[in-house]
Design a protein around this ligand. Structure first.
Ligand SMILES: C[S@@+](CC[C@H](N)C(=O)[O-])C[C@H]1O[C@@H](n2cnc3c(N)ncnc32)[C@H](O)[C@@H]1O
Length: 280
């Protein structure tokens, strides 16, 4: 992708997440803390609670040495729910980096309300061009954000630059099945203004090029259609109450988009899970 096209992708992601409709949709339907796929343990499990299970599962994969002395960076950090959960579990200082200033303001406010403003720093920025020194972090963390990048390899290179030797890169992402016909995913790509998603094979190749050790891919692909179906149903149910807060046009487009994501997930064309690399 040309640099000008990529700037346009970054600009669109920023404009989208800053918009009042998107902010109110994610804040109200997803629970105001997390905007990622949850690990559902049963039909009664809520979107917000399942989102916390994902974070807990990721934290559990990091060795106990990642504690209050570790420096952790969350890229594409949304409202910062994962950072707050991380600090509670392991202590330490976290940095949240995110493109959306609207989400960052909510993140800062929540940290202040919970007495975590000292522990969590929130930085406006782009994960393709991280505003940090080399070798600054013990862990780079990311949830369901790399999919918004038009230059995924650049994200990996930037992560490598800021990660200390011995550091961990742990993330979840919505990926496509290797070798899938792009026409099968056209409606999925349209929602994020891109023409592909990453795949586990692609990510492993980037990691290998950087000399990283691939630790694991914990495959939870079946949770993807489950999650988006729940978001779809929750939005449908609350639609009347949200009138005047989220535009009808946004709701229609979102419901339509979610149906495509559910269908692509059920067809086995999308993958999702926890990916873990170690930088020697
Ligand atoms: C699906 S949300 C996930 C948010 C958060 N990781 C979570 O799990 O709650 C995707 C996030 O990626 C951010 N994002 C998209 N493109 C980005 C970029 N180029 N640089 C930094 N953040 C970006 C968006 O602003 C949004 O917060």
């Amino acid at each position: 992708m040309k640099e000008s096209e990529n700037n346009n992708v970054v600009g669109k992601a920023r404009e989208y997440y800053n918009s009042g409709d998107a902010d109110r949709f994610y804040f109200q339907i997803w629970g105001g803390e997390d905007i990622h796929i949850g690990l559902y343990e049963g039909p009664e499990h809520s979107i917000a609670a399942a989102g916390e299970v994902t974070v807990a599962r990721m934290i559990g994969k990091l060795p106990p040495e990642i504690n209050e002395s570790a420096r952790v960076l969350d890229i594409g950090a949304g409202y910062g729910g994962s950072a707050r959960q991380f600090v509670k579990a392991r202590g330490g200082k976290l940095t949240c980096l995110n493109l959306s200033e609207v989400q960052n303001e909510r993140n800062r406010r929540k940290n202040e309300e919970r007495g975590l403003a000292e522990a969590i720093e929130v930085v406006d920025g782009n994960f393709e061009d991280l505003p940090f020194e080399a070798d600054a972090f013990d862990v780079v963390w990311c949830q369901d954000s790399i999919l918004h990048s038009g230059n995924r390899e650049k994200v990996f290179q930037e992560v490598d630059r800021v990660l200390k030797p011995g550091g961990h890169f742990i993330f979840t992402d919505i990926m496509q099945k290797a070798g899938v016909d792009p026409n099968e995913l056209r409606d999925v790509y349209n929602r994020i203004h891109l023409d592909s998603l990453g795949s586990i094979e692609e990510f492993r190749e980037y990691g290998e090029k950087l000399g990283w050790q691939f630790v694991e891919f914990e495959d939870h692909s079946h949770q993807l259609p489950e999650h988006y179906q729940r978001v779809h149903d929750e939005l449908t149910q609350r639609r009347e109450r949200l009138k005047g807060q989220i535009s009808e046009e946004y709701v229609d487009r979102m419901l339509n988009g979610l149906r495509h994501w559910v269908a692509a997930g059920r067809a086995g064309n999308l993958r999702w899970g926890i990916v873990h690399f170690h930088k020697p």
